[in-house]
Ligand binder design. Structure first.
Ligand code: 5GP
Ligand code: MG
Length: 177
């Protein structure tokens, strides 16, 4: 392990702030007069979610789920399970799911399928970043912050072995780590 981590800024904090402002404008327009249930996916989305919800101008409820994928290694196996279920009732609610990154799409496809069975009034998806080159299953994204290259990203809530979540910028973690 090298002493100095190989980190390159992909998206700086000012650009993140500007983009979250744009996402919030669109979400405010779509949910005006409504009272949606926002579901964050732990752990990675928590920084993004914290910044986003403070720009939302309608009454909202907040809940979290935690997903985990089976199998060893860094590659997602496609087999996803829910490690923490939502506590809130989904039926009849306008649900907005907030995730950090969509990669293969397995995690979000699983969650969307799970939530749809609980009969929400509506279901939309907001992601901070989309890595479309890696997609294995189609997932419709309603609000996307950034389209990013096929690199491993850390910072702004994203981790590598639980580290780097506190970095204020979205960074590319180099091969050496
Ligand atoms: P999926 O492949 O199912 O779309 O995503 C699997 C999980 O890996 C998700 O929780 C997603 O947030 C995470 N993930 C995907 N790409 C990256 C990345 O570049 N960096 C980090 N830290 N997590 C990622
Ligand atoms: Mg995640």
């Amino acid at each position: 392990m090298s002493s100095k981590p190989d980190l390159r800024v992909l998206v700086g904090r000012q650009e993140i702030e500007k983009t979250i402002g744009r996402l919030a404008d669109n979400i405010n327009e779509d949910y005006r007069g409504k009272n949606p249930l926002i579901i964050g996916i732990l752990i990675g989305s928590f920084v993004f979610l914290a910044d986003l919800i403070r720009l939302l101008e309608f009454p909202l409820d907040l809940d979290f789920v935690r997903l985990s994928s089976y199998g060893a290694g860094t590659e997602t196996s496609g087999k996803v399970r829910m490690a923490l279920e939502p506590g809130a009732q989904i039926k009849g609610r306008d649900v907005l799911v907030v995730e950090d990154i969509i990669d293969t799409g397995y995690s979000l496809a699983f969650l969307i399928d799970y939530l749809k069975k609980k009969e929400p009034a509506s279901l939309k998806l907001c992601v901070l970043a989309d890595k479309p080159s890696r997609r294995q299953v189609p997932v419709e994204i309603d609000y996307n912050g950034f389209t990013v290259p096929d690199e491993f990203l850390v910072g702004y809530g994203l981790d590598y072995n639980e580290k780097y979540r506190n970095l204020p910028d979205i960074c590319i973690l180099g091969e050496g780590e």
